[in-house]
Design a protein around this ligand. Sequence first.
Ligand SMILES: Nc1ncnc2c1ncn2[C@@H]1O[C@H](COP(=O)(O)OP(=O)(O)OP(=O)(O)O)[C@@H](O)[C@H]1O
Length: 619
Amino acid sequence: MSNRSVVVNTDDVETFERDDARETPRDPRAFGCSRLAFRNLAFSLRSSSGDGSTTRTILEPTSGTFECGEMAAIMGPSGCGKTTLLDMLSGKKTATYTGDVYLNGLPRDQLFSRVTSYVPQEDVIPAHVTVFEAVAFVQELRSESKMNQSERRAAVDDVLSLLGIAELRDELVGDARVRGISGGQKRRVTLARGLAGGSQIVFADEPTTGLSSTDAENVSRAMAIASRRMGVTFVAVIHQPRVEVVDMFDSLILLTSNPGRAIYNGKFAGAAAYFAAAGAPVPSKGNPADFFLDVITPGAKGEKSNALATWYQDVQRKEVERRVDASLAGSKRATIDVLRETAKINGLDPASIHPSPIAATFLTQLRVLLNRNLTLTKRNKAGLRLRIGVSVMQGLIVGLAFYDIGSKPPISSLSFFFMMLQMGAIANMAIMPELIQTRLILKLEQADALYSTGASIIVQSSVNNVLAILGNFVTSIIMFSFSRVSWSKFSTVYGWALLNFLTVTNYLRVIAAVAPSPSESVQAAMPGLLFFILFNNFFVSRATAPVFIKWALYISPLAWTIEQIVTGVYGSNVEVQSFYGYDASDGRTWTALCVLLAEMALFQTLEVFLLKRSTFVKR
Ligand SMILES: Nc1ncnc2c1ncn2[C@@H]1O[C@H](COP(=O)(O)OP(=O)(O)OP(=O)(O)O)[C@@H](O)[C@H]1O
């Protein structure tokens, strides 16, 4: 539960010794505590070629258990299925697999993500938030209790201290372009986010990979402290660990590859004796983890992977099955009961814990997301400057090209109005890459049940739309001033241009919802934009369009917008009327308004639908 108050000293991490980790007393009840069991988790890939379909086994059926507060490592050679096993355990695997996972004696339910969190290999945190804000964001959204600001701050500071990053609280997280904290520190921030959410089980994919040995040790030490003090269970995929890192773990699942199979599944402390009994004694010198990996890596000198896999089946498998049976025979608690029990222990009203996969109410989700979005926008000064600069430049270039067009015959100002609409579409294309980049963060956060797709779309589209509208307004004002078209026409022209702008924006957001990458999004948007641009009552009008394609003019937002601008500005001009093939009495203002609003709503709905369905993070 997030109202946990972890009493630690800031220098805990420095003074923390390995033996402390094992002996530090903990009271898991206050923090909530869950156990996990899994039976026969297996994953295969089917592929069809000319000779029919073939199946490649990635991981053979594997079972095991994790007790409350256990530090469990999953190790093995590259490609043996470590991440696959972690993803299946955490419920993050998107591909089909077989086997079962049980939480507290019952099959995983839809509240599983309220008591677990997943720390991915990459640290996906917005660059412009501070370390404190990054952690507070998760804490606030996953919090089960109503805390005031200072309690909240204290709870976040506790977690930062626990992970030894309290002194970084006001530093920006950063990325390749924004100066921020180091890779090892960022790993600890990601772990802090996992813990701040009150997770009882944290799944971590290679939390120490790519770090200096000191950083790797600090990260695993931080996990060990959280595990002992808060009863958090860690299941972590570990690569080539140093002795100091290995020593933090209680248990080990060793897998070999081709295909992925279990070699060992038990206490770390018992592994050496087990390997000795299996005919692979651990040398007295050196890191036992290195030895285990050497001896189970197919192709490595002296490896015994097949013999050890057979040994596992003959000797240890039954014992592991018995552990699974015992775990399933123990007390059975549904996740909602676990959450409510923990709430009660912490002095909260259990009835206030609602059985939804997302802990925060919709209003809280909106508020927290809006706060972050505004903060990020304010801090990204370079981005803001670019937006303003581009808007002004666009206005100046088009304005100069159409200088004094207002004093020319009406028919010649049509291309000016058309360009005004075009500018909106171009400005929108520029923000698509940004939309797609933030989409990855949103998707990962949604997978951790921090907030709903609906809440993120509402906040993201409103903040983006306000900025885009402001930029478009600046461009339009500059263009209009240069054109010297009468200002009395501005509200008509700009009003319709704005509606068109929002419709096209929503169309582009649909594309951004499904496009695999920023560059592909621009390509994918082209056919639709071309359609709008071509069937716009300007290049192709009702007077000139072939009969079989006239319908296009009835669904293109640009066609309706240009018609309304032209009838609004030059309604009684005969030359304009004959060019377009309508007369001023057509007066289809309400129809145009309804078409544009309906398309806007349709695109918005499509975006929500597609974002909910699509899995950008394929596992
Ligand atoms: N959804 C999937 N679709 C296709 N292949 C997959 C999928 N999931 C896993 N694999 C394949 O299964 C194999 C094992 O992958 P996994 O990431 O679990 O291995 P690993 O032991 O974690 O490897 P490494 O240590 O190199 O990260 C790889 O060949 C991977 O490409």
